[in-house]
Design a protein around this ligand. Structure first.
Ligand code: ZN
Length: 278
């Protein structure tokens, strides 16, 4: 069953030495499409270039992560808007608020987030959101744009039950990563997983970050990659009491619709192309 990794930081320099092999392993594992996260000015450009080099397989987001909020100038805003003119750029973000690390001052984070919400409102593109320890401000800022935004996904959801239901009540989507597999801090996610409706659930590796701790053998270099997504889907399916094939099919259908991706060719279409159809 083909999978879509909705959050892979494939422009990360840890992939520079073997990016082609990483993509080949993803394909072999059934991860047929990936959305490359753009999380800074520089990497949003690189995400688009990577998507353009792999049409139909890689797509990109363009945005500025709250960690990099201080780089959000007028020039940066214009650059992001130019990136969003490209059809390969399928979402605005990664953007949001992170009061856990506070790598950028909070007023700068809020300003960069607001500007990107405006881009999403102007373009109608989906939002790829990051929220950590900033739930109240995050909700308040999103509320300012009520009725003006397209679909939204809270990527790498790690929050509480209250946060989950607040997001689902607002009809947002939830991105689940291998955080679920971390017995030290992800156990609560296993209890919450069955409460996410299939049409609101998507899966992601957040590679190279968050290698699933239940993966055997563990990756030698502690680097996560899209080929590990089926493992996350297996763990998630078990928590949801579902057949992994059902979880895979539902998350792929949800991601296809969410990002407005073309439907992949059906088995019959592939047979026709191969000249083997009756
Ligand atoms: Zn994030």
């Amino acid at each position: 069953m083909p999978l879509i990794d909705i959050g892979a930081n494939l422009t990360h320099d840890s992939f520079d030495r073997d990016r082609a092999a990483v993509l080949e392993r993803a394909r072999a594992a059934g991860v047929t499409r990936m959305v490359v996260t753009g999380a800074s000015r520089e990497h949003s450009h690189r995400a688009l270039a990577l998507a353009q080099a792999h049409p139909g397989v890689l797509y990109a987001t363009a945005g500025v992560h709250p960690h990099h909020a201080t780089e959000y100038t007028e020039e940066c805003d214009a650059e992001l808007r130019a990136l969003h003119a490209h059809p390969e750029v399928v979402a605005v973000g990664e953007c949001g608020l992170d009061y856990f690390r506070d790598f950028s001052p909070r007023p700068a984070q809020r300003r960069a987030f607001e500007r990107q919400l405006q881009i999403a409102a102007d373009t109608g593109k989906p939002l790829f959101l990051h929220q950590r320890d900033a739930h109240a401000d995050f909700l308040a800022m999103m509320r300012e744009f009520d009725g003006r935004l397209g679909p939204a996904v809270v990527h790498c959801f790690t929050g509480t039950r209250e946060e989950l239901f607040a997001y689902l009540d607002r009809d947002w989507h939830i991105g689940i990563t291998g955080w679920l597999c971390d017995e030290r801090r992800g156990a609560h996610l296993r209890e919450l997983a069955p409460h996410i409706p299939a049409q609101r659930l998507m899966v992601e590796t957040d590679a190279p970050y968050l290698p699933p701790r239940t993966l055997r053998p563990p990756p030698k270099d502690r680097r996560n990659e899209p080929a590990f997504l089926p493992h996350i889907v297996d763990e998630l399916a078990r928590d949801r009491g579902e057949d992994p094939a059902a979880t895979a099919a539902a998350t792929t259908a949800t991601a296809t619709a969410f990002f407005g991706l073309p439907e992949p060719p059906s088995r019959r279409e592939l047979d026709i192309l191969a000249g083997t159809a009756l």
